[in-house]
Design a binder for this molecule. Structure first.
Ligand code: GTP
Ligand code: MG
Ligand code: MG
Length: 304
């Protein structure tokens, strides 16, 4: 009988902790969830936090670092492979926009779920694949990205959104190309270069590039001038000829109607389209990786 008080104590403790669970659970009611409007295009745009500093710390090439841009594309392609309702992604500099088809029912269109899953998969992929693009350049600290969701009710607004981002890419790239030519090739200070460019229009910058540096801006890489459009395409595997879905990078003008006439599936909300990539040896590296091919292997296989 002398154990009785001990046992009652234990029972009291267990029951009070059980009660505590239900007593505290009311806080769950404070959670809210936002469902995105039906029948609207969903755009999730992510952007690197403080990439001005990040690019300096990791000695990115100025004004464009091809390794960094390809790493961004790899991270975005990883997101598209996971989320099939993304019909198009557009990337430039330290940002990427993901376009989900109007009808998507992914996570019941819960805003928090969509935004945080896309962002965290992008961010972890950026870190995960870092060494494949930067090799012996060590990642000095963990990068992070912000994200926002924007809804567009019409195709016209969606197209204008993408036009806006690509026009921004063009304006910034023309400015940066001229600015860094003045600093790195003519020895101007940053302030002098800024002063020289203030008040100039596009044609003035084209003229400076051509007359002072012999650079024809039109011949700059499309990756820099247009950014990257990722689309899901069905292509014929170059070796065993089976149809395969891949995320394919394009560096084209999406402001033109011709882009939308070629890629009719996007506005219809169809997630992929057949693509005839007849020039096998010109397959982008990003696609080669998805087909588990490397250049040497491909050449051998194609010869056979
Ligand atoms: N050198 C170099 N810098 C780059 C490259 N891509 C992006 N950056 C840098 O990243 C910056 C991105 O611009 P923002 O996103 O407006 O600025 P941020 O510093 O990231 O600041 P927040 O986005 O407001 O956190 C550019 O201004 C560049 O400094 C690149 O290829 N080469
Ligand atoms: Mg940024
Ligand atoms: Mg940015």
């Amino acid at each position: 009988m002398r154990y009785f008080p001990l046992i009652t104590n234990i029972i009291r403790n267990i029951s009070s902790s059980l009660m505590a669970k239900s007593k505290f659970e009311y806080v769950k009611q404070y959670e809210t969830e936002e469902k995105l409007l039906p029948n609207c295009w969903i755009v999730v745009r992510i952007d690197g936090k403080g990439f001005h500093k990040f690019s300096c710390k990791h000695t990115f090439t100025k004004p464009n670092d091809t390794r960094a841009l390809h790493l961004m594309n790899k991270a975005a392609a990883t997101v598209m492979q996971e989320y099939k309702d993304i019909v198009l992604s557009y990337g430039v500099s330290d940002e990427y926009s993901f376009i989900l088809r109007k009808e998507t029912a992914l996570y019941n269109r819960r805003k928090d779920k969509l935004m945080t899953y896309l962002n965290s998969l992008f961010t972890s992929s950026y870190v995960y694949f870092w060494k494949d693009y930067f090799h012996d350049v060590k990642l000095k600290y963990p990068p992070s990205f912000d994200s926002r969701v924007v809804l567009y009710p019409s195709n016209e607004e969606l197209r204008d959104y993408l036009n806006w981002r690509q026009a921004d890419c063009h304006i910034n790239n023309l400015y940066n190309t001229t600015f860094w030519a003045l600093v790195l090739k003519s020895g101007l200070t940053n302030i002098e270069a800024e002063q020289k460019l203030s008040g100039t229009v596009s044609s003035d910058k084209n003229e400076i590039l051509l007359s002072e540096f012999g650079i024809n801006y039109n011949n700059e890489p499309e990756l820099f001038k247009k950014g990257t459009i990722l689309l899901r395409k069905k292509i014929k595997h170059p070796v065993h000829e089976k149809q395969r879905h891949v995320i394919y990078p394009f560096h084209e003008d999406l402001i033109q109607d011709s882009f939308w006439k070629k890629n009719t599936n996007i506005l219809k909300g169809e997630v992929s389209q057949d693509y005839d990539c007849s020039e096998v040896d010109k397959l982008p590296e990003l696609v080669m990786q998805q087909l588990h091919l490397n250049n040497a292997l491909l050449k051998e296989d194609v010869k056979e």
